[in-house]
Each structure stands twice: as structure tokens, then as C-alpha cells.
Ligand binder design. Structure first.
Ligand code: G3P
Ligand code: CA
Length: 375
């Protein structure tokens, strides 16, 4: 039994009082997650239910919420006029019609636009063109969402209140975003102590102590998040590449001769065991409660990266008293593989499938929930 978990259990006894500590008195990652108010294993809806609806839009977040996902995941950016909003990419080209609305600025970063300008963009039609089999006329014209609007969605279903899993994306582009995020979460009551009556229920992750999880790939942002919000659980995201874990080979994708990036990434490994361990140790030293490593997907695709959830890696992370939330898996074969390897939660674009895999199926189908929400 790792000494760290013994310490965690003792700490939980003190923090929660003897009665509640009894319920989490087992040691190990599940006890750690439970003590922090984080479901185990956690279902993290990556950019919302983004397989079935346009990523980071109201359709995707309402669908994830109503299916019963534990967390709504988002990539946080800040507009030219200081409004926090969700967008994954550095610019607006892939997921909006910026090229037709602002042709001369189509390559500009999203931060070069005011929120009023961002709100003129159609963030849904691209999905209908990219995925005709999942297209819906109602997706056309969907808007980019502010953090405030995503909070409204998270709070909007009286029967299921998911938490927020917020990434400071490319945080160096947005100096002070960690402070702005703290102010917003504080204003909206998301940094207040948990409601003890509600927090034990799986239905109310968004009202418990694990209602917000902060995540970042950037060391400097993790340090700022810890400074601004020491009480909020944090995850250091891991991948093999520039600015993160050093690879064992410096061969670039172009030089590799691989046919696609997934095949290239699948061959990437940390330089050595010690390099992986250094990043886990760093996460712990900076106050993170876990890591968010990448995975190599069986089917490949553009979200398939280096396999950083090998059993020894998860074991090492657990031995340090940290959790492992892996990104981003959509197939049962991969869910099974990472669960066997020992992870504690999964980022998924298909919340409906992951919930089914965990035998927590939604009360209604994807189609029904979308229709209920007017899509
Ligand atoms: O935040 C975890 C996962 O989302 C990291 O990948 O590029 O989809 O933000 P990305
Ligand atoms: Ca993310």
C-alpha cells in the first residue's frame, strides 16, 4: 500500500470528519477521487458531447449534461474585450465561418476578435459538412459560447448538475487568464464550499467539492492556477512533444515517413522512464491532484497520440498519490484497454458510449435528448 495514500486517508479523516472518512477509508485512487468529490471513474465530456453535436456549442454541452456526464470539458480563451469563452483551436477557421464573415482576418487568433464579433460567427454548420451522417439543420448558426453561458448550461438541469473541467489553452497567449477565471468562478459561486447535502450524489458533481477541475499543458499556467485557486483540484496534461515530455527520438513527422500523424505519435515514447517520472513528480510538487495523459487510439485519427497510460506509468502516478484522467477515447475497445491499465477517468467525445460502458446508461437516447433540447 503506497504511503502517500495512507497519508491521504488520514488527511481525509481530518477534513471530512470521522463519519464521512469511514465511507472513503479504503486507500487507493478511488478513495482519493471520492474524497475530492470526483466520480471514479469520471466521465469527462470532451468539448461537450462533441461526437454527436458541434464541439463547444450549446447543443454539445446540453447533450452531455442531459446524458449524465460528470464533467463538461472546455478549452478556455479570452476575447479582445476580455470575455472568457470556449474554443479549442488557435484560430476560428476549422469550426466557424470566419473565412466568409471576416475574410481578411480569417487566420487571426480568436483573441483578436471582440465577443460581439465572435457572436456573429456560425459555429455549427462546419459540423454538418464534416459529418453528414450526424448533421442536423438546427446545428446551423450555433454560436461560440462564453464561460458564463456554459455555467448556465451546467446549472440548467435540476436532475443532473455536471461539474466543469476547464483547460487554460495556450495560456501564455492570455496573460492573467488564471486570475480572470478565478474572478468569474467566484462571481458565479463555483468556488464556494460544497453543499454538503448535495455533494454525495453522483447526480450533483457540480455541487460537490470536485465541481471544478482545472487542467493545463503549461507548467507556468499550473503554477498560476495553484496560486489563484489553491483549493481547486488541478490536472497537469501530458503529451510527448515540444514544451512537455521529451521524446526518445527527435525525428519529425515529415522525416518519419509515416502515413498519418496517429501512426507517428503511436511510436513516440518519453526519452526514458525518468523523464516521465519527472513530469509526474512536477505535477505533484505544484499541487496537482493528477495527470491527464494522452493515449494511442486503436482506430487512429486526429486525437490519437503517444501511449502515456501504460500500466507502469499509471502505477507510478498512483504511487505518488495522484489520479490519472486520460484523453480522448471514443471506442469500447479503448475504454477497456485504459481501464485495465488502471486509469481513473476518461475524456470522451462520446459521453453516451462511455456511460454505457460504465453501466450508467442515459435515461434517453442521444436523438431524444437532442430533440428535447430543440435540436
Ligand atoms: O484537455 C484534455 C484534452 O482535451 C487535451 O487535448 O487538444 O483536445 O485540448 P485537446
Ligand atoms: Ca482540452
Amino acid at each position: 500500500m503506497p504511503a502517500t495514500f495512507t497519508k491521504s486517508a488520514l488527511l481525509l479523516s481530518v477534513l471530512l470528519g470521522f463519519g464521512q472518512a469511514q465511507a472513503v477509508s479504503e486507500t487507493g485512487p478511488e478513495a482519493l477521487a471520492t474524497g475530492l468529490g470526483i466520480p471514479h471513474p469520471a466521465v469527462i465530456a470532451h468539448r461537450g458531447a462533441s461526437f454527436d453535436a458541434p464541439e463547444s456549442t450549446a447543443a454539445a454541452y446540453k447533450l452531455a449534461r442531459d446524458l449524465g456526464a460528470d464533467y463538461l470539458e472546455m478549452d478556455l480563451q479570452r476575447s479582445k474585450d476580455g470575455v472568457l469563452f470556449a474554443l479549442h483551436d488557435n484560430n476560428l477557421q476549422r469550426t466557424t465561418d470566419v473565412a466568409s464573415k471576416f475574410p481578411e482576418r480569417k487566420d487571426s487568433p480568436a483573441t483578436a476578435f471582440t465577443m460581439a464579433e465572435l457572436k456573429t460567427l456560425d459555429a455549427g454548420s462546419w459540423f454538418n459538412s464534416a459529418y453528414p451522417d450526424r448533421a442536423r439543420p438546427s446545428y446551423a448558426g450555433l454560436k461560440i459560447l462564453t464561460l458564463d453561458e456554459i455555467i448556465d448550461i451546467a446549472q440548467g438541469n435540476p436532475l443532473h448538475k455536471p461539474g466543469l473541467y476547464i483547460e487554460t489553452k495556450e495560456a501564455k497567449q492570455f496573460p492573467g487568464i488564471e486570475h480572470d477565471l478565478k474572478e468569474k468562478l467566484q462571481d458565479r459561486g463555483w468556488l464556494s464550499p460544497a453543499d454538503s447535502k448535495q455533494s454525495k450524489s453522483e447526480l450533483a458533481v457540480g455541487q460537490g467539492p470536485g465541481k471544478v477541475i482545472l487542467q493545463t499543458f503549461e507548467k507556468s499556467s499550473l503554477e498560476l492556477l495553484e496560486k489563484e485557486m489553491p483549493q481547486v483540484p488541478k490536472i497537469l496534461l501530458l503529451w510527448v512533444g515540444e514544451g512537455n515530455i521529451e521524446p526518445d527520438s527527435k525525428v519529425t513527422f515529415a522525416e518519419s515517413g509515416e502515413k498519418d500523424k496517429a501512426a507517428y505519435y503511436a511510436k513516440q515514447q518519453p526519452k526514458d522512464k525518468a523523464e516521465f517520472q519527472r513530469w509526474v513528480d512536477y505535477a505533484k510538487a505544484q499541487g496537482a491532484i493528477g495527470t491527464g495523459p494522452s493515449a494511442a487510439l486503436t482506430r487512429g485519427g486526429d486525437q490519437s497520440y503517444a501511449d502515456l497510460v501504460q500500466p507502469w506509468m499509471n502505477q507510478y502516478t498512483h504511487d505518488q498519490g495522484l489520479l490519472v484522467h486520460v484523453y480522448t477515447l471514443d471506442d469500447a475497445v479503448d475504454y477497456q484497454k485504459v481501464m485495465d491499465a488502471g486509469v481513473d477517468g476518461v475524456f470522451t467525445n462520446r459521453a453516451s458510449e462511455l456511460l454505457k460502458f460504465y453501466k450508467r446508461p442515459a435515461v434517453a437516447s442521444v436523438d431524444q435528448v437532442l430533440k428535447n433540447n430543440g435540436y
